[in-house]
Design a protein around this ligand. Structure first.
Ligand code: FE2
Length: 393
C-alpha cells in the first residue's frame, strides 16, 4: 500500500452524493456511483472510486478455463537450480501468455514475453491476488479503473487485486515481464516508515519514487464489455453492460503504482551488507528485493561477494536482469537461480579474489525469498541447467 492519492472529482465527504453535471446522467439520477475497495475486511487500506454507472452491471459470467499448476516431477532431488529463460518463445498476450516458473501457497512466479498486446478479451482483472509486473524490457501505458499511467523498463508495476486493467505497450515485440502473482497484499516494508507513516530518511526509496495514475479515462460507452477475471486457478469471462473505465474521481491508498529500480538507493557499508538492505516490498510469506548497481564494500580487506550461507528458513530466487553478477559464473540475463533451504550456497570458485579490486558492481537483479518451499513448475524444468549442481567444484 503506498500513500494517499486523489485524482478527479470526489465529494467533500465520504458516502455523500457526487452530482454529475454537464451530461445526460445515467438513469436520470444525476449522480456518480460510489465504489469502495477495501483490504483486510474493512480494517486496512482502502480507496473510494466514483463511477458514471454502477460497477455492478454484470450481463453474464462464463467459465473460460482452468489453469492448473503442476510441480516438476516427484523424482526431483533437493538441489540448487539455474533456469535460463532468455530464449523463452514469444507467445500469447500479457495475461494468458504467462509461463509459470515457481509457485507455493503465497505466490506464483511467471515469465511473459507476449507476441500480441491484446488478448481475446478487452480487459483483465485478478480477483484473487495482487500482481507485481517487473518490466524487464519494454514500455507503454497501463490503463485501469484508476486511470492511465506510463510504465518503462525497470519498473515494478504493482496492481492491487480486483483492479480491472490492460497493458498498452508501445511496441509489443519488446515487452518482457517477470510477474509475481501474490496472494497477500503487496506492501511497502513497515520498517521503512516512521511512526507517522512517512518513509524514513534511511529507507532506500521515498514517496517521490512512487508513481500512480496521472489521468482519468472516464469512458461512458454503453454496451457489452468482456473482462477476463482470474481467481487462483479459474479464469472467468465477466461481461459488463458498460465500459469498466468510467471512473471520474477517486481517492485512497489502493491504486496501481510503479516504482523503478533506478530509484532504489542502495545501502552499502565497509563490509558486506546482508540481503535485507535490498528489500523493496513486503508480502505475506515472502519478500521482494532489488539488487541495484552500487558501490562495493570499501574496507581494504573486504570480501566483496556474499559469504556462503545456510538460508535455513527461506528459498531464495534471483532473477538476473543485467550486468555481471560478481558471485556467479555462467549466469546470463533472464537466468533464475533457486537456492532452496536445506543446503548452503555461496560464491562460485574464483569470484572472491576476482572481486577484490572492484569498486562498483553494475549488477541488477530481482530477488524473492519465500518462507515456504517453492515448487518448480512442470513446464519450466526444461530450462534447467544440469551443470549448475556441480558448478562449485
Ligand atoms: Fe543467498
Amino acid at each position: 500500500m503506498p500513500f494517499y492519492r486523489t485524482l478527479g472529482k470526489i465529494p467533500p465527504k465520504r458516502h455523500t452524493v457526487l452530482p454529475v453535471e454537464g451530461r445526460e446522467s445515467f438513469r436520470g439520477e444525476g449522480l456518480a456511483y460510489e465504489h469502495v475497495v477495501t483490504t483486510d475486511g474493512f480494517m486496512r487500506a482502502f480507496s473510494i472510486l466514483y463511477h458514471l454507472k454502477p460497477p455492478t452491471r454484470v450481463c453474464g459470467a462464463r467459465l473460460h478455463r482452468r489453469v492448473e499448476l503442476k510441480p516438476a516431477g516427484p523424482d526431483l532431488p533437493l538441489r540448487h537450480h539455474h533456469l535460463r529463460s532468455a530464449s523463452l518463445p514469444r507467445a500469447g498476450d500479457p495475461y494468458e501468455g504467462r509461463v509459470p516458473i515457481f509457485f507455493n501457497d503465497d505466490l506464483v512466479c511467471y515469465r511473459a514475453r507476449p507476441e500480441r498486446a491484446a488478448g481475446d478479451f478487452a480487459f483483465y482483472r485478478n480477483g484473487g491476488a495482487d500482481e507485481v509486473i517487473f518490466v524487464n524490457a519494454g514500455a507503454g501505458t497501463l490503463e485501469s479503473t484508476f486511470g492511465r499511467q506510463r510504465y518503462r523498463g525497470g519498473d515494478y508495476i504493482v496492481i492491487p487485486r480486483t483492479t480491472t486493467y490492460r497493458l498498452v505497450p508501445d511496441d509489443v515485440s519488446l515487452e518482457d515481464y517477470l510477474i509475481l502473482e501474490t496472494f497477500s497484499p503487496v506492501r511497502i516494508p513497515p520498517h521503512y516508515r516512521n511512526r507517522d507513516g512517512q518513509m524514513t530518511m534511511e529507507a532506500p526509496y521515498c514517496e517521490r519514487d512512487i508513481h500512480g495514475p496521472s489521468e482519468l479515462i472516464g469512458d461512458d460507452t454503453e454496451g457489452e464489455h468482456d473482462i477476463l477475471v482470474k481467481d487462483r486457478d479459474r479464469m472467468t469471462v465477466v461481461t459488463m453492460a458498460n465500459h469498466p473505465f468510467d471512473v471520474i474521481g477517486w481517492d485512497g491508498l489502493i491504486y496501481p503504482f510503479t516504482f523503478n529500480v533506478d530509484d532504489f538507493e542502495p545501502i552499502t557499508g565497509t563490509t558486506h551488507m546482508p540481503p535485507p538492505v535490498h528489500q523493496t516490498f513486503d508480502c505475506r510469506g515472502y519478500v521482494i528485493c532489488t539488487f541495484a548497481p552500487r558501490h562495493l564494500d570499501h574496507h581494504p580487506d573486504a570480501v566483496k561477494v556474499p559469504y556462503v550461507h545456510d538460508n535455513t528458513e527461506a528459498d531464495e530466487v534471483l532473477f538476473y536482469v543485467r550486468g555481471e553478477f560478481g558471485s556467479r559464473k555462467g549466469i546470463e540475463p533472464c537466468s533464475f537461480t533457486l537456492h532452496p533451504q536445506g543446503i548452503p550456497h555461496g560464491p562460485h570458485p574464483g569470484t572472491i579474489l576476482a572481486s577484490m579490486d572492484a569498486a562498483r558492481t553494475e549488477e541488477l537483479a530481482v530477488m524473492f525469498d519465500t518462507e515456504k518451499p517453492l515448487h518448480i513448475a512442470e513446464g519450466a524444468i526444461g530450462m534447467d541447467d544440469p551443470g549448475y549442481l556441480t558448478s562449485w567444484l
